[in-house]
Design a protein around this ligand. Structure first.
Ligand SMILES: Nc1ncnc2c1ncn2[C@@H]1O[C@H](COP(=O)(O)OP(=O)(O)OP(=O)(O)O)[C@@H](O)[C@H]1O
Ligand SMILES: O=C(O)C1=C[C@@H](O)[C@@H](O)[C@H](O)C1
Ligand SMILES: [Mg+2]
Length: 161
């Protein structure tokens, strides 16, 4: 199970790990979009962040009951105390990334509504606030700066044994 800020590579790396393990990859952002029938950016505009967080929480509860999946969580999933409690006992890996590298990876698109405006500033604020929460739920932290997704996936697989 992968957590980390936007642009840390959760979705990309989880897909690689799932392929190596022959398991399914599940991503709570994708689950929310499928349930809502629209992109996350539209959910934020149409219904607001609290409504998105409620949908995200429901997607996580559902995903945690599934067997044999490699799960990537939305960047803000760990803001929810119930989710943090639910993650205890799971094999959670925190994908860490610097502000500069994450900003390069996510670009300037509208797909990540919380980063609109000054992407670097938003990322910095968000990471400063959340780093303790990512670290709290994770059993293992992997630095991703300057490393290819394949290398990161291999390190995690090695750690999993
Ligand atoms: N280690 C890496 N090095 C370079 N680019 C990467 C790396 N990991 C992911 N990327 C690229 O960065 C972008 C963001 O990756 P990804 O969507 O996997 O991040 P995420 O953590 O799932 O973000 P979000 O929280 O917004 O869902 C993608 O274009 C992806 O190809
Ligand atoms: O960091 C966040 O709060 C978010 C990250 C994305 O994965 C999406 O879940 C959404 O854009 C919110
Ligand atoms: Mg993702």
């Amino acid at each position: 199970m992968l957590v980390g800020p936007p642009g840390s590579g959760k979705s990309t790396v989880a897909e690689l790990i799932a392929a190596k393990l022959g398991k399914a990859h599940r991503d709570t952002d994708a689950d929310v979009e499928n349930t809502a029938g629209k992109p996350i950016s539209d959910i934020f505009v149409d219904s607001g962040e609290p409504a998105f967080r409620a949908m995200e929480r429901a997607a996580i509860v559902a995903a945690l009951t599934a067997d044999d999946v490699v799960l990537s969580l939305g960047g803000g999933a760990i803001l929810d105390a119930d989710t943090r409690a639910d993650l205890a006992g799971h094999n959670v890996v925190f994908l860490d990334v610097s502000v500069g590298e994450a900003a390069k990876r996510v670009g300037l698109g509208v797909a990540r509504p919380l980063l609109l405006g000054n992407v670097r500033t938003q990322l910095k604020n968000l990471m400063d606030a959340r780093r303790p929460l990512y670290a709290e739920v994770a059993k293992h932290t992997v630095s991703t700066d300057g490393r290819a997704p394949e290398e990161i996936a291999a390190e995690i697989l090695e750690h999993l044994g």
